[in-house]
Ligand binder design. Structure first.
Ligand SMILES: Nc1ncnc2c1ncn2[C@@H]1O[C@H](COP(=O)(O)OP(=O)(O)OP(=O)(O)O)[C@@H](O)[C@H]1O
Length: 343
């Protein structure tokens, strides 16, 4: 089936700097891509260009070989076979759940019996068969979101676009809905593009994560790769709870995975002639160990299974760590940095 191809995409609004610049990305059919980045980095603009609500000012969007949009061409949203799920659900308050879900079929002139069948299937996919006759006002936030998903399922879209669909839900419901999204994805087989600024949501849901900053795409890779081998400071800082240490290291060392002897050398015997490198260290790789280097405990919070520590190294750099044993603020501990990743 057809991949979704974004080709050197650019969007400029009036005089401002481009909201999206030179963004190229191919999403294979059936993948679940999370567009992740801080507020204002251009995620929604990319989604709206894919949906057909905004026209690119440069570059192009294709579904397989079919051109959807470029600076001169603009296929309207209803001819793209895509469905968009919004944060606000956008349900009709005067229609029942079944009528809301069936609405796109009515618009397309699908016969009554066939439509009823499809609505039943879609409601069963999101486990809402029992709610078919209710109105949206009589549903919880999570149930409304599921109605919005069912409405998108009935049209059998090639691509489903989701703009922060869980932003209005509480934490418990978010987790439940993440499960629904995963199930929805495997059932529908549709390509899904999911906009979020929540890295844990992106990591939990997506098959691929595309990290954006200031309109640019910085890295696209499966969640495990983004986590273990982030490219650069911004991606490293955005994903996981790592600390980024600045250390001096010989430039010729191409190694990116750094073990404790290398890190200890760099931290203890600061070679002023060597250039600075940014090194990402995850808190779970910081081990309290008497053979390690000294660090002052700036704060210690009990999180349930462990203590979350904010440490400060002798040169003043902050470092996050976890500890199973109680550690008090103001103490000095010794830590071993089991591994680091050079950004
Ligand atoms: N219609 C518009 N007219 C002018 N500027 C716009 C318009 N839409 C978006 N922008 C600007 O483009 C930039 C990117 O906005 P966009 O909504 O794509 O970011 P985002 O990453 O989705 O942010 P958020 O997570 O806050 O929704 C912002 O600087 C925004 O102000």
């Amino acid at each position: 089936m057809a991949p979704l191809i974004l080709n050197s995409l650019e969007k400029r609004f009036a005089s401002a700097a481009p909201a999206v610049r030179d963004l190229s990305l191919t999403v294979q059919q059936g993948r679940f891509l999370a567009l992740l980045g801080p507020s204002g980095c251009g995620k929604t603009t990319v989604l709206r260009m894919i949906a057909g609500f905004e026209q690119p000012t440069d570059g192009s969007i294709l579904l397989g070989e079919r051109l959807l949009a470029d600076a001169a061409t603009m296929l309207p949203p209803e001819r793209r076979n895509m469905a968009m799920v919004f944060q606000s659900y956008a349900l009709w308050p005067h229609m029942t759940v079944a009528e809301n879900v069936g609405y796109p079929l009515t618009v397309r002139g699908v016969g009554k019996d066939r439509a009823r069948q499809k609505v039943r299937e879609a409601l069963s996919a999101v486990r809402l068969e029992a709610y078919a006759d209710r109105r949206p006002a009589a549903l919880s936030g999570g149930q409304r979101q599921r109605v919005a998903l069912a409405r998108c399922l009935v049209t059998e879209p090639d691509v489903v676009l989701l703009d922060e669909p869980l932003a209005n839900l509480d934490r418990h419901l978010r987790q439940e809905m993440e499960e629904t999204f995963r199930e929805f994805h495997s059932r529908s087989g549709a390509t899904m593009i999911y906009v979020t600024h929540d890295q844990s949501e992106a990591m939990a849901l997506a098959t691929d994560v595309a990290v954006m900053s200031e309109g640019r795409l910085l890295q696209v890779a499966p969640p495990e790769v983004i986590y273990a081998r982030p490219e650069g400071r911004i991606v490293g800082g955005l994903v996981g709870q790592g600390s980024i240490l600045s250390v001096r290291m010989p430039a010729e060392e191409a190694v990116r995975h750094l073990d404790w002897p290398r890190l200890r050398d760099a931290l203890l015997h600061c070679n002023v002639a060597a250039p600075r490198s940014d090194v990402l260290v995850r808190p779970q790789d910081v081990i309290l160990d008497g053979s390690g280097i000294a660090a002052a405990v700036m704060s210690s919070f009990f999180e349930g299974e462990r203590y979350a520590l904010r440490l400060q190294l002798a040169d003043g750099q902050p470092l996050r760590a976890f500890s199973r044993q109680a550690v008090r603020e103001g103490e000095t501990v010794r830590v071993v940095l089991q591994s680091g990743w050079r950004l």
